[in-house]
Design a protein around this ligand. Structure first.
Ligand SMILES: C[S@@+](CC[C@H](N)C(=O)[O-])C[C@H]1O[C@@H](n2cnc3c(N)ncnc32)[C@H](O)[C@@H]1O
Length: 253
């Protein structure tokens, strides 16, 4: 069986074959990755929403709505939108009656936020929140950007109260071979061109390559279980264009 990744200091790292396989051997890790990701999102923040809409043909709106609904939390509960970016998920959470707190690493993305929620600039692996401070958390398209993914899951387990819920949305690859070819061409060839026209070419070349950071589902599931979550559920959206992971914080509410 192919190895998808290795553990360094207990943390998952993209495997050599997988990175090489995708021409992504030079992807940074650790502090270098955090610095590059922050700088990249600061650069693309002003046109991030526009490129997102065009790149997904607007489908991301329905994936985000599914993410928020999958939390299954009542209105009035406090929800952390981790790596909130410009606030698309935060706005949907607020529209459902949640009290939202947005956290993101990039000052540029926070400045471009349209959500109207309170915002904090922080790293996902060191959240400035008390234990059990929130009833739930969402995270949209950021898992592969975190330098310390397992550390982030541990932090989420710390700040989400027992019985609380998390809903994590990210990119995926369609299993259907025809869809996979079309998706590969679009994501790896057209998106960098489009990104170059509308925003920053280097950032939108990095985007498809950064999927090499994303562990396979079984590893994501084990990481969440180890971090303090149960009932981990995984589903593909729109035939595998995106994926959604949900889980419940272990412990009595
Ligand atoms: C692709 S954007 C997604 C933004 C938003 N969640 C959405 O759904 O549109 C990824 C976001 O993750 C943020 N991010 C990356 N690494 C982070 C970290 N270590 N801690 C907090 N935010 C981080 C980036 O600044 C960026 O805003």
């Amino acid at each position: 069986m192919k190895a998808f990744g290795t553990r360094a200091g207990g943390r998952w790292q993209p495997s050599r074959w997988r990175r090489a396989d995708r021409g992504a051997d030079d992807l940074p890790v650790g502090a270098a990755k955090t610095a590059r990701v922050r700088q990249m999102f600061d650069t693309i923040a002003p046109r991030y929403d526009l490129v997102n809409r065009v790149m997904t043909f607007g489908l991301d709106r329905s994936w985000r709505a599914t993410t928020v609904a999958a939390l299954g939390l009542p209105p009035g509960t406090t929800v952390l939108d981790l790596a909130c970016g410009t606030g698309d998920l935060s706005a949907l959470l607020a529209a459902r009656g949640h009290l939202v707190l947005g956290v993101d690493l990039s000052a540029g993305m926070l400045r471009a936020s349209h959500a109207g929620a309170p915002l904090v600039q922080a790293d996902s692996a060191a959240l400035p929140l008390a234990d059990g401070a929130v009833a739930g958390a969402t995270c949209g398209y950021a898992l592969r950007n975190f330098a310390d993914l397992e550390g982030t899951f541990v932090e989420l387990a710390r700040v989400v109260r027992p019985g609380g819920r998390i809903s994590l949305l990210d990119v995926a690859e369609p299993a259907n071979p025809i869809l996979a070819i079309g998706h590969g061409l679009w994501f790896r060839r057209a998106v960098p061109l489009l990104g170059g026209l509308l925003s920053d070419r280097a950032a939108y070349e990095y985007l498809p390559r950064s999927t090499a950071y994303l562990p396979p589902v079984r590893e994501l599931r084990s990481m969440l279980l180890r971090s303090g979550f149960s009932t981990v559920n995984h589903r593909l959206l729109s035939g595998g264009l995106s994926q959604l992971l949900t889980a419940t914080r272990v412990g009595r509410p």
